[in-house]
Design a binder for this molecule. Sequence first.
Ligand SMILES: Nc1ncnc2c1ncn2[C@@H]1O[C@H](COP(=O)(O)OP(=O)(O)O)[C@@H](O)[C@H]1O
Ligand SMILES: [Mg+2]
Length: 244
Amino acid sequence: MVMLSVSCAQLALAKGMSLAVLQGVRKTYRMGEEDVHALAGVDLTFEQNEFTAILGPSGSGKSTLMHILGFMDVPTSGRILFEGEDVSALSSDRRAWYRSHRVGFIFQSFNLLPRLTVLENATLPLLYREDFPDDASREAAAKKALDRVGMSHRLTHRPTELSGGERQRVAIARALVGRPALILADEPTGNLDSRNVDRILELLGELNREGIAILLVTHDLGVAAHARRIITMRDGRVQEDKQT
Ligand SMILES: Nc1ncnc2c1ncn2[C@@H]1O[C@H](COP(=O)(O)OP(=O)(O)O)[C@@H](O)[C@H]1O
Ligand SMILES: [Mg+2]
């Protein structure tokens, strides 16, 4: 299974295959008597190694798009190819496989588990990975990821004992520990001061240069300017899609 996944990803890269292709993707929520069209027909292609920002007013479907691309939610209709495979209608087991092997998440509110240490938080995504079968292999990978984000001096701290910028760096370590093809970051800098915003953006830029695609939701035009592509959403649709 592991070898298969690695060779699939390498094959996708070698063939110049797109990371993700969305065709006519819709997501409709039923709220009482009313249908809410969170995504009202989205066609988008994301290439391997892209750094893309998503702008758009509140309620325009940005988070829904991230959840669907991150295998946390399924579209109501439409087609999605991920690394060349049709993932539009996967079983929940296969979705869980993609979630734990191919994507990483960063959230505005960090979403670290408060009772776990920094090291334990960073090992969490590896718990269901057959290629990290024991504590030693998971801890080694987590330490490497924490070192990558400059947090190896805080391994036994709890999240509450860290600043916001430090928490977000731990969250980035957690997102990258499983070597994802894509990191989804939903307003990752929304709770940070400008110095920490810069540091987080610098880290995401480095990870991108090392081959991880980044998809970043933001309200901040200055943050979006770090991306090479800016997509603007409105009313569940792509309003604008431009290279910077
Ligand atoms: N789980 C849900 N149930 C019902 N409506 C939802 C749900 N998630 C999102 N929505 C609705 O879908 C629309 C898009 O939401 P969202 O993707 O969160 O937008 P954004 O991230 O751009 O603010 C909004 O109108 C929101 O209220
Ligand atoms: Mg949102």
